[in-house]
Design a protein around this ligand. Structure first.
Ligand SMILES: [Zn+2]
Length: 133
C-alpha cells in the first residue's frame, strides 16, 4: 500500500477539518476511524486481535496523540466498524487489550498517555474507595 505524501496536521481538530477534502481525493479508500483521513494519505497502526490477524482502526497520528486518551484507543480497537458484520469475540477483545497495554507500557512515545491513564485510574479507585463508607 503506497502512501501519498501530503501535509498531515498535528492536531486532531485540524486533521478532522482537512479530512473531508482528502476524502474527495480518495473516494474509494476507507479512513482512520478517529480523524477520518483516508488510508491513501496516512498509515494505520496495526494491533493484532489473534496470533494471525490484526487490524488498524487508527492512523499513527491518532494512536500516538495525547488528544486521544488510552480508553478511547481501546474502544477504537475493540469495536469493529459498521461495514464489518461480526463483532470481536470476548477472547479477541481480551487479546487486543493485552496487546494495547503491552505497547502502552513499553513504547516511550506513549509515556504521556500511559501516565494519564494511570492518573485517571488512580482517581477512579480513590473515588470508589471514598464512596464505600
Ligand atoms: Zn487518525
Amino acid at each position: 500500500m503506497s502512501i501519498i505524501p501530503v501535509q498531515i496536521p498535528k492536531t486532531l481538530k485540524e486533521r478532522r477539518a482537512k479530512s473531508t477534502r482528502l476524502q474527495m481525493l480518495a473516494p474509494n479508500h476507507s479512513t482512520c476511524k478517529c480523524c477520518y483521513i483516508p488510508w491513501k494519505f496516512v498509515s494505520g497502526k496495526s494491533i493484532k486481535y489473534s496470533t494471525n490477524s490484526g487490524h488498524f482502526p487508527l492512523c499513527y497520528q491518532c494512536y500516538y496523540s495525547d488528544e486521544v486518551p488510552f480508553e478511547d484507543v481501546i474502544n477504537y480497537y475493540t469495536n469493529r466498524g459498521t461495514w464489518e458484520h461480526e463483532n470481536f469475540t470476548e477472547s479477541e477483545v481480551d487479546y487486543i487489550i493485552d496487546q494495547l497495554i503491552n505497547e502502552l507500557k513499553k513504547d516511550p512515545k506513549l509515556k504521556q498517555k500511559y501516565n494519564q491513564f494511570i492518573a485517571d485510574k488512580r482517581d477512579e479507585l480513590i473515588n470508589s474507595l471514598l464512596d464505600v463508607k
